[in-house]
Design a binder for this molecule. Structure first.
Ligand code: 5GP
Ligand code: 5GP
Ligand code: 5GP
Length: 209
């Protein structure tokens, strides 16, 4: 037990806006299951330390095993779609997330099935697109105040999110990822001990997808 015991302080639960992943100079590929819905998708559930550093690749003996998550695959295709190229079925992305980040949560007694299921449940708990839409913030290529995005999510979830931006072809700052913090049992949102550096301008575009 002790050899892989790797403690951490909290998780970042990171969701990505597909429109902002796809309209950069890297472009993207839709998964084999087809174009994902115009919704935030899970990027990952990442163990982190309070000082901003984080463990990774914690257990080389714990390979990704798709047979352990076969009952979750249809939900993962919907809520955790891969957008990287070349087109694939998502197992590459999920395997990468398990090996790099998930293995560092095993010390909290989360096995593979529990790890992926926990992320799916967290996405249901915080319906970010609904929250933003209700606040009049829509994926319509318009620009919004960064502060208004943060406030809407604060009011909708009770917690302060971290917002990460990237840039599109026109070098405009756009909403790319939303970070929420989660306790080490992977079940409850908490206030972030530390917000990630977000690289956002004060007004950011919310691109269509
Ligand atoms: P990986 O994510 O596989 O480590 O890296 C894949 C590549 O995607 C990296 O070169 C990374 O820089 C790039 N990348 C970073 N941000 C984005 C993005 O917003 N969209 C796309 N399509 N690729 C990105
Ligand atoms: P990027 O350089 O695109 O921000 O991040 C590349 C990768 O580094 C991410 O896919 C993620 O695996 C990891 N990463 C970046 N920032 C953090 C962080 O604050 N915490 C953790 N746990 N991983 C991170
Ligand atoms: P990270 O290391 O930051 O947790 O995850 C990024 C890695 O996952 C990159 O290697 C990237 O190529 C891969 N990846 C596969 N699908 C996606 C996707 O839809 N979004 C992002 N951000 N990365 C993806």
């Amino acid at each position: 037990v002790l050899c892989f015991s790797q403690d951490f302080d909290f998780f970042y639960f990171v969701q990505q806006w597909p429109g902002a992943y796809c309209d950069t100079s890297h472009s993207c590929c839709y998964p084999k299951s087809g174009k994902p819905a115009a919704d935030f998708g899970i990027h990952g559930l990442w163990p982190n330390y309070k000082d901003g550093s984080y463990p990774s690749n914690c257990n080389p003996d714990s390979a990704f095993d798709k047979s352990q998550i076969s009952d979750l695959v249809s939900r993962m295709q919907k809520d955790w779609p891969t957008l990287s190229c070349p087109t694939n079925d998502g197992m590459k992305f999920w395997s990468h997330e398990w090996v790099k980040h998930g293995t560092c949560a095993e010390s909290e007694e989360l096995d593979q099935h529990e790890y992926f299921e926990a992320a799916l449940k967290l996405k249901q708990k915080a319906n970010l697109l609904q929250i933003l839409t209700n606040a009049g913030i829509k994926p319509d290529d318009e620009f919004y105040d960064l502060d208004s995005i943060v406030e809407a999510i604060q009011e909708g979830t009770g917690f302060t999110p971290g917002i990460e931006c990237n840039v599109d072809h026109s070098r405009d700052s756009q909403l790319y990822q939303i970070y929420m913090c989660v306790d080490t049992s992977a079940s409850e949102f908490i206030e972030c001990p530390l917000l990630p550096r977000g690289r956002c301008a004060s007004r950011v575009q919310f691109p269509k997808f």
